[in-house]
Design a protein around this ligand. Structure first.
Ligand code: G3I
Length: 318
């Protein structure tokens, strides 16, 4: 959810109330939003978002306690190998502790695997890894469990969905990370598969994803689809063709993903094309707005909406 739009656009707030049984803050719970200065926390936007959701008994996911992006400006100068562990522990204690008992789940660690960094363990060369060492992941999960024993604790990542060689390799690296964590009894309850997809020719979803979902089930991990959207960046301008391709991508991914009963949550990253991160970084070269989400700018349902609804109906009746 977009915290600013929630306050400024009553029609958007009404649509969220009507359509969502669970929401996530797109930016309001990230370090740069919460930590204007090292010793200061600003919970105003996050508190408002929780109050909005709780007023309608909408569940809330917390995103995210540990990420290599959207760290505050002061972080690079002030965080060091000597203080980073304490700083992270305090952050998790204050933030997850503040909302203790009120969160459905937390993305405790986000995007910690990045094969392009070339490490044998597949971990991303992030500030947290450099400052704390590879056990920052374990430390974060333990700290989150202590701060909020009721929330489900998730590892969240992207690039895990398709049948491409890159996705196959990343799924394997994520599985190995999760097996290491489970072997050490680290409290990980769930995996978030972000599902930022592309409506590009050749994108396929199938056996690799099915196997991954089965492997996660065997590890006793729930699966959440956490940030679904479909970019149409590589397609020509024609709007009806883009809408059809986006809807087809929703359908082909969801028909595989939702066939596993262990997939418990489906969320899109934004609800309406009126606000989507896809028009920011990596926007289309022709600057046409992306048509990535279940509702258009005027909040009418798109073809993608009906694709999602049909996939959910097929699951219900299977
Ligand atoms: O904080 C400034 C704000 O002060 C300023 O007024 C505004 C004007 O442009 O920019 C603000 O920062 C932007 C921020 O979003 C809040 O709007 C950043 O420039 C922009 O880079 C940032 O983008 C976010 C992106 O993560 C990058 O970190 C997107 O909104 C957000 O949707 C996106 O979300 C991520 C998930 O957290 C993790 N998975 C991938 C997903 C998409 O990248």
């Amino acid at each position: 959810m977009n915290a600013k739009a929630l306050a400024a656009e009553p029609d958007y707030a009404a649509l969220v109330r009507q359509q969502c049984s669970i929401v996530v803050s797109e930016n309001a719970l990230k370090w740069d939003a919460l930590r204007p200065a090292r010793g200061t926390f600003d919970f105003e936007a996050a508190d408002a978002l929780l109050a909005f959701a709780e007023a309608d008994r909408i569940k809330v996911r917390g995103h995210t306690l540990v990420w290599h992006r959207q760290l505050p400006g002061w972080f690079a100068a002030e965080a060091s190998a000597g203080n980073a562990r304490t700083m992270l522990g305090e952050h998790i204690d204050r933030v997850a502790g503040r909302y203790g008992g009120r969160m459905h789940s937390w993305d405790v660690v986000n995007e910690a695997v990045h094969l392009a960094d070339g490490r044998p363990d597949g971990l991303r060369d992030s500030p947290w890894l450099r400052l704390i060492g590879e056990d920052y992941i374990e430390f974060a999960f333990l700290s989150a469990r202590a701060a909020d024993p009721q929330a489900l604790l998730a590892y969240n990542d992207f690039g895990l969905e398709s049948e491409s060689a890159d996705a196959q390799a990343k799924r394997l690296a994520v599985l190995l990370l999760l097996r290491r964590l489970k072997a050490r009894h680290v409290p990980v309850d769930a995996v978030g598969i972000q599902a930022h997809l592309a409506a590009a020719a050749g994108e396929r979803y199938g056996a690799g994803l099915r196997r991954f979902l089965a492997d996660l089930r065997e590890l006793d991990l729930q699966v959440f689809l956490t940030e679904m959207d479909v970019n149409d960046r590589s397609l020509a301008a024609d709007a009806p063709a883009r809408d059809a391709a986006v809807a087809a991508a929703y359908m082909s991914f969801l028909d595989v993903a939702l066939s596993d009963p262990n997939v418990r949550v489906l969320m899109t990253w934004g609800l309406t094309n009126r606000h989507t991160w896809l028009n920011g970084e990596n926007a289309r070269v022709d600057h046409l707005p992306e048509r990535a989400l279940p509702f258009d700018e005027k909040l009418s349902p798109t073809e993608a909406f009906f694709a999602v609804r049909n996939s959910l109906d097929r699951r219900r009746h299977s």
